[in-house]
Design a protein around this ligand. Structure first.
Ligand code: TYM
Length: 345
């Protein structure tokens, strides 16, 4: 039997990630994903996708999908993605994603899929009524990554299980077809204080687009007044001032979250924040945090509005990105078809 994956993958390093066009982006998306995307483009080949095929797994809305796709592309550019350096495109415009999903469906195992916690969360109590697409969502995600043989995937902590599954699927394909190292086993890039940003109203719940309370999140399109107000109203606790060490954040999820947000925005770690603010009250810390967030997000918000006024430019970026992405995926898909053994004349 061939010795699988004992050699390191020999292909080029390539970064892939995606964001769903399902509503306004928030600070969690920015710190967990987009901020990392921008840093990586300086020294990596990067593909950043607006995952519109994923968006239709729940309540598709033909009237808004294209515009929401443009909005995520505008956010990418406003956060600093340079379309000359990074490939920015819409998932549905490159056929490899759907085609590879089918092949990977035939490699993936029901037992693996049934363990996916995000499906259970999103399907809710009545899983029987969820779309098959929602169940298959993680395989489409694996196809996104593997269609380009991406080696690194920057995401927030909530995508960890999906990336473990992607590695399992890639490994199974390589084994089933006896093609060791054909697909890389992609590395998740998750670490850092921004990986898990929690709700401003409940430090045990993830900051999320779907939370009914707008006060639970900072949206990328919030203006300065809204950001200041939301941090002012952010939940803390009655356990006293800011702790001086990270150990003091234990059992204080809301404070831990605010310190993590500050650290991620400032590009430092939690301990550095506590060294500066330990022993001080929230009346001092919260306005400083709000100022930092406004300084960081205001230019992004302004740029995003400008991009959204220039639909032609966004469409040009997405079209050019789709052509470049397709050029990478095509020869990989040719190889995949040969490996599987399809008839060709
Ligand atoms: P999506 O659109 O839900 O979220 C986009 C990115 O934001 C991160 N994120 C967070 N990070 C920190 N704290 C939070 N509260 C928070 N909320 C969201 C997510 O982890 C994600 O990185 N399935 C993916 C999209 C996707 C994808 C891919 C990602 C499709 N195909 C291939 C990587 C590779 C998703 O739903 O992201």
């Amino acid at each position: 039997m061939t010795d699988h994956q004992t050699q390191p993958y020999a292909g080029p390093e390539r970064v892939f990630s995606g964001v769903q066009p399902t509503g306004a982006l928030h600070l969690g998306n920015y710190l967990g994903a987009l901020k990392k995307f921008v840093a990586l483009q300086e020294d990596h080949e990067c593909l950043y996708c607006v995952v519109d095929l994923h968006a239709i797994t729940v309540n598709p809305d033909p009237a808004t999908l294209a515009q929401q796709t443009r909005e995520i592309a505008a956010a990418y550019l406003a956060c600093g993605l340079d379309p000359e350096k990074s490939i920015v495109f819409a998932q549905s415009s490159v056929p490899a994603h759907t085609e590879l999903t089918w092949y990977l469906n035939c490699v993936s195992r029901m037992g693996w899929m049934e363990r996916m916690t995000q499906f259970k969360d999103k399907a809710g109590k009545d899983a029987q009524r969820a779309s098959v697409g929602l169940f298959d969502y993680p395989v489409l995600m694996a196809a996104d990554i593997l269609a380009y043989k991406a080696t690194h995937v920057p995401v927030g902590d909530d995508q960890k299980q999906h990336l473990e599954l992607t590695r399992d699927i890639a490994d199974k394909f390589n084994r089933d077809f006896d093609t060791p190292n054909f697909f890389p086993l992609p590395e998740p890039l998750i670490k850092g204080p921004g990986a898990r940003i929690m709700s401003l109203k409940d430090g045990t719940k993830k900051m999320s687009k779907s939370d009914p309370s707008d006060l639970s999140r900072i949206n990328l399109i919030d203006d300065a007044d809204a950001i200041v107000k939301k941090f002012k109203k952010a939940k803390t606790d009655v356990l006293g001032d800011m702790p001086e060490t990270e150990a003091g954040l234990k059992d204080r999820p809301e404070v831990d979250n605010l310190v993590g947000i500050y650290a991620a925005l400032a590009g430092t770690d939690k301990q550095a924040v506590l060294t500066e603010y330990g022993g001080k009250g929230f009346g001092t810390f919260k306005p400083a945090l709000a100022d930092l967030a406004v300084a960081h997000l205001s230019p992004i918000t302004t740029r995003m509005r400008n991009y959204l006024d220039d639909r032609g430019e966004i469409d040009r970026v997405l079209k050019d990105g789709a052509a470049r992405a397709d050029t990478i995926a095509r020869p990989i898909m040719d190889d995949v078809r040969k490996i599987i053994g399809f008839w060709r004349s």
